[in-house]
Design a protein around this ligand. Structure first.
Ligand code: HEC
Length: 136
């Protein structure tokens, strides 16, 4: 009887531990948190509506750049971006300083927010693990 009990408890624990491990990343929550990060760290240049300052800063709203591999996007936030950049057929040549003081979670959240706001819809989550892997 005791053996059966131990076996069931073990099975149940394994089930819970593995389901926690395989839990899907909650993109909706990440986007929600990302809005706050955006308002604190990005809004001064990219504006509330993500349209930046036309002609000066490239837009995030409907930016074709956001469809690039996620490594590019994560690196822009971690390492900044200088020199020519082509966004929606317009070349910009400005400077965005690195925001590498943000946590892995903040970087993932803000990019998930940007990729799913103002008409952007790229519902593939960027995770903190991915950010961590790219951090130098
Ligand atoms: C001080 C102004 C400034 C701040 C703050 C800033 N950016 Fe930028 N961002 C720029 C500039 C300028 C460029 C283009 C740089 C160039 O011309 O090479 C850019 C480019 C980008 C791009 C790629 C181009 C595009 O339009 O899609 C992304 C994505 C981006 N920024 C996201 C962010 C996010 C997310 C934050 C906040 C975590 C942020 N930026 C904060 C100025 C800023």
């Amino acid at each position: 009887m005791k053996k059966v009990l131990v076996a069931s408890v073990t099975c149940i624990s394994i089930f819970f531990i593995s389901s926690a491990f395989y839990q899907k990343y909650d993109l909706a929550k990440s986007i929600e948190r990302g809005k706050e990060v955006y308002t604190t760290y990005c809004i001064t240049c990219h504006m509330e509506a993500g349209n930046s300052t036309p002609g000066v800063y490239p837009p995030l709203a409907k930016s074709d750049y956001l469809k690039k591999p996620i490594d590019n996007l994560i690196n822009i936030v971690l390492e900044g971006q200088t020199g020519e950049i082509l966004v929606n057929d317009t070349t910009y040549n400005g400077q965005m300083l690195p925001l590498n003081y943000l946590t892995d979670e903040q970087v993932a959240d803000v990019l998930n927010y940007v990729r799913n706001s103002w008409g952007n819809k790229i519902p593939v989550a960027i995770t903190p693990e991915k950010v961590k892997a790219l951090r130098k």
